[in-house]
Design a binder for this molecule. Structure first.
Ligand SMILES: [Zn+2]
Length: 163
């Protein structure tokens, strides 16, 4: 199998695990975003958005996952890790990803309103690689489903980025 194709398969497999986390968030009436951190192909952290449960605006899935991964590895730098998240990270999380020196980030759906690319495109480590659009439709639909339930009406195409 070609390397890029194999990589994509692996990315999709891990993104499914991140989507599992997002669905747990959804069931708890949290904005459905899930994150996974792998180290050398093994999952070392799985987390979902907990901002309502913890009453903490910083409790994004990525922040939870970074803390968990550092605990699992016993070190604060995650230089051998990949972070998978269902929605494009916000500038806060992208900053944390930079501090943790995570070299690779994979996300599903873009977030044009709150995503880091618009406001802080250089906040991650300069050598970090980013892959986007993995299971994008599933990741986006989960968000749309959540906000549709919240408002009781059909969202406009732009409404999926609200957090
Ligand atoms: Zn965030």
């Amino acid at each position: 199998m070609e390397k890029t194709e194999q990589q994509r398969k692996e990315d999709e497999q891990m993104m499914r695990r991140a989507l599992d986390e997002a669905r747990i968030a959804m069931a708890k009436d949290e904005i459905p975003i899930g994150a996974i951190i792998t180290c050398k192909g093994r999952i070392i952290a799985r987390a979902y958005n907990l901002t309502e449960t913890l009453c903490d605006v910083t409790a994004h899935a990525e922040m939870q996952a970074i803390t968990m991964a550092a605990n699992a590895l016993g070190g604060k730098y995650l230089t051998d890790c990949t972070l998978y998240v269902t929605v494009e990270p916000c500038p806060m999380c992208a900053g944390a990803i930079g501090w943790a020196q995570i070299p690779r980030v994979v996300y599903g759906a873009p977030d044009p309103k709150r995503g880091y690319r618009e406001y802080a495109p250089r906040v991650m480590h300069p050598k970090a690689t980013v892959t986007s659009g993995i299971l994008e439709d599933e990741c986006r639909e989960l968000m749309q489903e959540f906000f549709r339930g919240k408002r009781g009406l059909t969202p406009s195409p732009k409404s999926d980025g609200q957090r």
